[in-house]
Write a protein that binds this ligand. Structure first.
Ligand code: ADP
Length: 270
């Protein structure tokens, strides 16, 4: 039985997902993108195959997506991350009664996508100009506050005072602002919560440009951060749907599109 691969070459992380013929998630792998987009994606794909005792000939079709998708020479097709994200969120969101709005925050951009009942993209808005509302901002904050990325969530909930308002509209100024806040005596917890609210406020403005319809699905690596999720829910005054593995939704969608393309080719060949 063949498997189908979705390879999402993001600015920060490469995600590889394999699904079976019924779109069940079979295996996945996430590695840092680094400076060799193609080489690292190829290595991640082959190591995922090896870990699961598969050969390249066991993979019926490969769909590449993400920032570096055009570089993946072995892909059978490439699709935009908006198309792949919409497909992944639609499928993963079925268990929650259907998704209409997707908030995706990646390493260096953020997006809001509106989908219809069939999962077709009907509208989207994107911020790829300013790193202050993206994963890059969280990476910078963790580095300056000497925290691991997966400690940011707990920090948010250990807040004692009021979080500072972080105004900078550019990641470079925001970095200076974070260092300035440390120098004025704010605790790490207060600064982390301030950053989460700043990202949530900025992204909610983006989402409001396309309209907010339930259910709202939040994905991308930063959705692993429970503190950021809480800041979004406070800003939006409603619960968000967070998938079990939010960082791989787009690769999962690409894998489903690979399975669909493979089946369409099989029908044509008959
Ligand atoms: P891209 O597709 O643009 O590479 P991702 O959706 O993979 O982006 O998200 C990358 C971002 O996810 C990182 O910049 C980081 O801020 C965040 N991230 C990754 N792992 C974690 C984690 N364990 N906890 C919190 N945030 C994380």
């Amino acid at each position: 039985m063949p498997y189908f691969a979705g390879i999402d070459i993001g600015s920060t992380a490469i995600k590889v997902v394999l699904v079976d013929e019924a779109d069940n998630l079979f295996a996945s792998k996430t590695v840092a993108t680094g400076s060799h987009f193609y080489g690292n994606a190829q290595a991640a794909f082959h190591s995922l195959l090896k870990e699961n005792e598969l050969e390249p000939c066991d993979i019926g079709f490969i769909t590449a997506t993400g920032y570096g998708r055009k570089l993946y020479r072995e892909a059978d097709e490439s699709v935009s991350e908006i198309t792949a994200n919409a497909m992944g969120a639609k499928k993963a969101g079925e268990a929650y009664g259907g998704i209409r709005t997707i908030i995706n925050i990646g390493g260096q951009d953020s997006k809001a996508i509106q989908i219809d009942e069939e999962g077709n993209v009907v509208n989207f808005a994107m911020n790829d100009k300013c790193a202050a509302g993206t994963g890059r901002f969280l990476d910078m904050a963790a580095r300056n506050l000497e925290l691991e990325l997966d400690e940011l969530g707990d920090c948010h909930f250990n807040l004692k005072g009021a979080p500072p308002v972080i105004n900078s509209t550019c990641a470079v100024f925001a970095e200076s602002e974070v260092i300035g806040l440390l120098a004025s005596g704010y605790s790490k917890e207060e600064i982390v919560a301030g950053i989460h609210f700043s990202i949530a406020k900025r992204t909610v403005r983006l989402v409001k440009r396309i309209g907010l319809e339930d259910q709202i699905y939040f994905d991308g690596g930063p959705a692993l951060n429970k503190g950021l999720v809480a800041a979004f829910e406070e800003e939006l005054m409603r619960k968000l749907v967070i998938p079990d593995i939010p960082q791989i939704t787009t690769a999962y969608g690409a894998a489903i599109l690979a399975r669909e393309a493979w089946q369409a080719e099989a029908v044509e060949a008959k």
